[in-house]
Design a protein around this ligand. Sequence first.
Ligand code: RB5
Length: 147
Amino acid sequence: MKIALGSDHAGFEAKESIERWLIDQGFACFDKGTHDTESCDYPDFAGEVARSISIGESEMGILVCGTGIGMSICANKIEKVRAALCHDEHTAQMSREHNDSNVLCLGARLNDQESLLRIVGKWLNTPFGGDRHARRVSKIGDLEQRR
Ligand code: RB5
């Protein structure tokens, strides 16, 4: 599976560590930046990762900023993206089972490194539940077309 990764300065170290872990697990990663801790703007990286999903370059995306909030607001502006801001394993699991989230947004200032990796692992290992949830997710797509 191909995963696009992005962060701002606040999420840089967490993004690097998540990327190393993903590569160890055998995932192919597209690192869309940022590439250091110099102050930068989260919409730039959210856009890169979200577009990677939208054009089919990546199947999933992970975005990290201080809280994850800015990243989730931005990523959800892009067609075909269902970005979920998750602060624990339960919300990560629900976002996959119920919402078929394809972008995980994380807050590097809210979770320690170990729990971020546990959230990522739970998110990647939880399948979409389908059934009634598929009908609801399809209605999310309908909203996109009516913008
Ligand atoms: C950067 O200070 C911070 O605003 C950003 O990382 C993020 O938390 C925004 O939502």
